[in-house]
Design a protein around this ligand. Structure first.
Ligand code: NAP
Length: 265
């Protein structure tokens, strides 16, 4: 299916690897020009090389990058200095660490809220009115299945992302945006085979003394699909939400978790 977005410009945050990279790759394959962001310059440059070398990239599709911390005002300014107007914005800034809430300081909470709630809000504030003026806009916030089914040790994530989810539910439904073909949706990953998942499982290895294989097998058994998701699958779903065909989908929390969430709604 032609997604109908070739020639659009996308800002994809947290995109040197994992789910953000999967989104950038899927968009580039649709002929969307992308600017990818991550803090580590080396991994980001490697990601850019991979995107440019992708045989499925239409030849005239641009791939730019800026190595910054997107959770800082300076980082965002550097991105907007390269380009001010965006058709598509994918927000992502890694996830907060696991732990016990008794040990989390006010600073730890502020960092989580900054990265997983306020940064996406700042990025939307800077872009959605321009999208509305041009009559096309897509925002996809990478959040977590923990928004629907909280995970005890990921309390920083559960809390901060729930704040973003509530905010998006209101913003996406404002007539000024929804009637101007600007959609805002959250994409909620379950367990995906990325460095982030490996780090979470390494934490479980240390805590329980079990092997990595045992921890991974036990986790897979909690997923009806009996496997972890891939960044390609995640990216394809993101590209669809950004497509011309998805203009009637807004304010949604789209779970992509191999059936792991046990509820009807
Ligand atoms: P990942 O493999 O660790 O990749 C994270 C990416 O974001 C990297 O490119 C990283 O590069 C970049 N990044 C992190 N902090 C950043 C910042 N402050 N500014 C700019 N870029 C930043 O993680 P992932 O698995 O793709 O996860 C993506 C998001 O989905 C995270 O929020 C995670 O919590 C959430 N999630 C993932 C899973 C899963 O199973 N994988 C499940 C639920 C939720 P640098 O470190 O170089 O900046």
């Amino acid at each position: 299916m032609d997604m109908g977005i070739a020639g659009k410009w996308a800002l994809v945050c947290g995109a040197s690897k994992g789910l953000g990279f999967g989104c950038a790759q899927a968009l580039v394959r649709e002929g969307v020009h992308v600017l990818v962001v991550a803090r580590g310059a080396e991994a980001l440059e490697a990601a850019v090389e991979k995107l440019i070398a992708d045989p499925l990239r239409p030849k005239d599709t641009a791939v730019q990058h800026v190595a910054v911390d997107i959770t800082t005002a300076e980082g965002r300014e550097k991105v907007f200095a390269v380009r001010r107007e965006w058709d598509i914005v994918v927000t992502n800034a890694g996830g907060p660490p696991p732990g016990d809430f008794r040990e989390w300081t006010r600073e730890a909470w502020l960092k989580a809220v900054d990265a997983n709630m306020l940064t996406p809000i700042e990025l939307m504030k800077a872009t959605v009115d321009g999208m509305a003026a041009r009559g096309f806009g897509r925002v996809v916030n990478i959040t977590s299945s923990a928004v629907k089914a909280p995970i005890d040790i990921l309390g920083l994530s559960n809390g901060a992302r729930s704040g973003l989810t509530g905010f998006v539910a209101g913003l996406a439904r404002t007539a000024k945006l929804a009637s101007a073909n600007v959609t805002i949706n959250n994409l909620l990953p379950g367990a995906f085979d990325t460095d982030r998942l490996k780090a979470t499982m390494e934490g479980a290895v240390k805590k329980t003394g079990k092997s990595m294989d045992e921890i991974a097998d036990a986790r897979r058994k909690t997923i009806p699909a009996a496997r972890f998701g891939t960044s390609d699958e995640f990216g394809a779903t993101c590209a669809f939400l950004c497509s011309a065909h998805a203009s009637y989908i807004t304010g949604q929390n789209v779970l992509i978790d191999g059936g792991a969430y046990p509820g009807t709604y």
